[in-house]
Design a protein. Sequence first.
Length: 436
Amino acid sequence: MRNFRASRAHTSVLNDLIPGGAHTYAKGDDQYPEGMAPVIERGAGCRVWDVDGNAYVEFGNGLRSTTLGHGFGPVVDAVRRHLSGGVNFVRPHRIEREAAERLIDLVPSAQMVKFGLNGSDVTAAAVRLARAFTGRDLIAVCREHPMFGTDDWFIGTTPMAAGIPEAVRQLTVGFSYNDVAGLTELLDRHPGRIAAVVLEAETTEPPAPDFLPGLRRLCDRHGTLLILDEIITGFRWHERGAQFVHGVLPDLSTFGKAMANGFPVSALVGRRDVMRLGGPVDDADRVFLLSQTGSAQPWALAAVLAVIDTYQRSAIADRLHRIGADLRAGVEGVVADAGLESYVQLKGRDCNMVYVARDGEGRASQAFRTLLLQELLQRGVLAPSLVVSAAHDPQAVDDTVSAFAGAMTAYRRALDHGVGTVLRGRPVAPAVRTRG
């Protein structure tokens, strides 16, 4: 049995100092089995070590942002070279031009770019820009996609809407993924009022053959902007984004920390006629797009350039898919050998997999998911998901497959005798919830 004593002591203090015990809800100790939430000391490649000295193969990779692995040398070196030359200036640094040119050359829909600090900020800026450009107030979001940011326009649609005025909540409406007919009905129900449609090109369900082209046609027909959230898909599906993979051109799209292997930088890119409203214009009201003292710092943009170079030199997106395919085959093989393929399933693209844990009735179960987390942690795998990085080597894949094989024995006992006979402590809870 692994010892989590130091992590538990650390976490108990954190909860007195920080609301929720973490600065990101998805990193909270309530997302892990009770008493088994490791506090990380350091990481290298695809492995991390906690304050108790436990080593893990880690998946999730900074909530999908460290696609090259922890401490990736060329990116760290690029950042280090710029730190000693100053981190913030009263005028733009020369690297801002190079980073903008490289990103615009990379992303199919990009004609202008505005750098920010995080995905929430640039997505909120995209929404503000769409409202200004169209003169409309409603925003349509895909219901099945879990997170578009922390701004009121989106959080008002979630169970954690406390503190957001009802009037603001009413300005965001929902539609379903892969449902062109439903979106058609929504646009017809609100004629001339929907400024933008916001979605990810793909999460755990692939787009139907005509969904994204149909979406593009609908937006054009109704004068609605199409905003593609590439915070996860950009630099994971492909360095050019999921828009390149699926052949769809959004009007605006947003990219996050994956473009810098986890360093805090983001980007809003899009059509020139829309983006220009964020600068000095004489023929329209100027939009307060993004104005952040800490954005576009030279060390962060140096990380972006190093990541782009690495992706293009080493075909990283292809590697992510190959590693994920090997992991999928191994995990699904040991699950099938245990006769549990109806209960433990992998979903999503090979580069971005999650697992579903089902109870004896075939229902998705937080208790059984917690049991899997528990058994994997005890076997040296930290896996809130099975999202891979390019640093996951064959040994890491083999170790993870072996951990799943061992976990299947506990899973079978839980099905036969009740999950409470095997699970130690309470189940994990949804990160975004109303109470408790």
